[in-house]
Write a new protein. Structure first.
Length: 191
């Protein structure tokens, strides 16, 4: 399966010496022919006739979703807070990835963000305020793990479109995706 081959290659690349998102360009050059062959396979099976036209599925406060031609675009949409992965945003992402897994017309997912930052990681204010509530902190981290596991288990490729900073859990979110497309202004930070 070409999707599993891509995932294996990218997992190997991300666990080796890939310290910068920009180095993913070489992997994209290698993987692009495989993605194009997958596209031809989709075209041959006639699935494009079943695909939905461009439509806004949901316009939530924190996550927006658009479908176009079999590509689902999931956008982190909280630029004022630098797209922090708050409990509310993680819940919306979890719901969207579950929904995506159940829908057969989706052939690829693009995960992107609005604003100058991809994601600054967990909402530290949320963690600090609730530092005495260990159950809530555990819920945040287990939900974050579930979101990232959902991405890994999707049967379609997930592409991270990164512009700006991807820090901490935001960087993990990017690393969980199958393919990373990063602009020259993209950078990652973990501590």
């Amino acid at each position: 399966n070409s999707v599993n081959i891509l995932r294996s290659l990218l997992r190997m690349m991300l666990t080796s010496s890939c310290l910068s998102l920009r180095t993913c360009y070489g992997t994209m050059r290698y993987c692009l022919p495989r993605l194009l062959s997958r596209k031809r396979e989709i075209m041959r099976t006639g699935l494009t006739k079943q695909l939905h036209s461009t439509a806004l599925l949901r316009s939530a406060d924190l996550v927006s979703v658009h479908d176009a031609g079999g590509v689902r675009k999931i956008t982190l949409n909280n630029p004022k807070k630098r797209n922090v992965l708050s409990l509310a945003m993680l819940r919306e992402l979890d719901a969207q990835f579950k929904k995506t897994d159940a829908e057969s017309f989706v052939r690829c997912v693009v995960l992107c963000s609005s604003g100058p930052v991809f994601s600054s990681g967990h909402d530290l204010k949320e963690l600090k305020i609730d530092s005495s509530d260990t159950a809530k902190i555990q819920e945040i981290f287990s939900l974050c793990t579930r979101v990232m596991t959902s991405i890994r288990r999707l049967s379609v490729p997930v592409v991270a479109q990164v512009n700006g900073l991807a820090a901490a859990a935001g960087c993990q979110l990017v690393a969980t995706c199958d393919i990373v497309l990063a602009t020259h202004s993209a950078w990652s930070a973990v501590s």
